[in-house]
Design a protein around this ligand. Structure first.
Ligand code: NCD
Length: 316
């Protein structure tokens, strides 16, 4: 059987229309009390085993999927990528096929190769959940960000809201998933950062998707749009993907959410960041810990969003 949003896997938010997104988000919202430990865990997925295959580092996403699975009564089986046979040269697909053959019910996968989860999904029978593939998509991050914004603004769709995503967009699967998810929910998205990290062709990413979708545009002068945004999402500079090339010495001055720049946002504008945070580079520590910050709300929403995804794909 397929998920309530009519998919066998969750590979990206690009594939989900507004109704499918809203179905998932509604379920996630109903699970928030469990994520917050205000309601007891459930048993929807009792007896099922979910394997996590993380070939790239993770703190939040991996722990969050583990908690989400456990709060639904499922067991988690972790592949330790650094000591597994992929370190001996086994391909991602061979590893996945072997883990499927052991009888797991689903696989949550993070890898450096864009399209890795799609490749595996094309060859296995169990649901594949993309936990971040290279620079392509990170759909559960996009979902949790949308849930965080829904909760903050007290509404389900995001029409008439302008949301800036700032920083290392070119390397960011989070930015891509949010570009799809947030515009599908009606928000207008601004991708802001230096030309080296925010290529103009990104503007074509969401073209022709849906008449009800919001717009997407690229902006290199962050200060010029500061007073137009309703929410701002800062992204980590992904030094491990480009070694810092294209990041000028003036990066923080021009694009960092410093205390001074944050003070020029409207007082009610919330700040998001997917983590991990480079404090003092893309965002000042005082802003991370300040009143505007939804960063820890995002983390809580992440557990609920992942519970909704697991339940949608796995409940029989
Ligand atoms: C993001 C990722 O891995 O893509 N982190 C996360 O999942 N919370 C963003 C990042 O690494 O900067």
């Amino acid at each position: 059987m397929g998920a309530p949003w009519n998919k066998d896997h969750l590979l990206g938010l690009e594939e989900l229309d507004r109704d499918q997104l809203l179905t998932l988000l509604e379920d996630a919202s109903s699970l928030l009390p469990i994520a917050r430990n205000e309601s007891p865990a459930r048993t929807d997925l009792a007896g099922q085993i979910i394997a996590t295959l993380f070939f790239e580092n993770s703190t939040r996403t991996r722990m969050s999927f583990t908690l989400a699975a456990r709060k639904l009564g499922a067991d988690i089986l972790d592949l330790n990528a650094s000591t597994s046979s992929t370190a001996k040269g086994e391909t991602l697909l061979d590893t996945a096929l072997n883990i499927e053959a052991m009888g797991v019910d689903a696989m949550v996968m993070r890898c450096a190769a864009s399209g890795g989860p799609q490749l595996v999904a094309d060859h296995v029978q169990v649901p594949i959940i993309n936990a971040g593939d290279g620079r392509h998509e990170h759909p559960t991050q996009g979902l949790l960000d949308a849930l965080t914004l829904q909760q903050h603004f007290g509404r389900t769709t995001l029409e008439d809201l302008t949301i800036a995503i700032v920083g290392d967009i070119a390397s960011s699967r989070v930015a891509r998933s949010n570009a799809f998810g947030l515009t599908t929910l009606g928000a207008d998205v601004i991708l802001a950062g230096p030309e080296s990290l925010v290529p103009a062709e990104l503007e074509t990413l969401v073209h022709g998707r849906d008449a009800s979708s919001g717009t997407l545009r690229v902006e290199h002068d962050l200060d010029a749009v500061l007073d137009t945004v309703d929410a701002i999402m800062m992204l980590r500079v992904q030094f491990e993907r480009h070694g810092g090339e294209g990041i000028g010495a003036d990066y923080t001055t021009r694009y960092g959410l410093t205390v001074d720049r944050a003070s020029r946002l409207r007082p009610d504008v919330p700040v998001l960041h997917p983590g991990p945070v480079n404090r003092g580079i893309e965002i000042d520590p005082e802003v991370v810990d300040g009143d505007r910050s939804l960063i820890l709300d995002q983390v809580t929403c992440g557990v609920a969003a992942r519970m909704a995804v697991l339940r949608g794909l796995l409940s029989k």
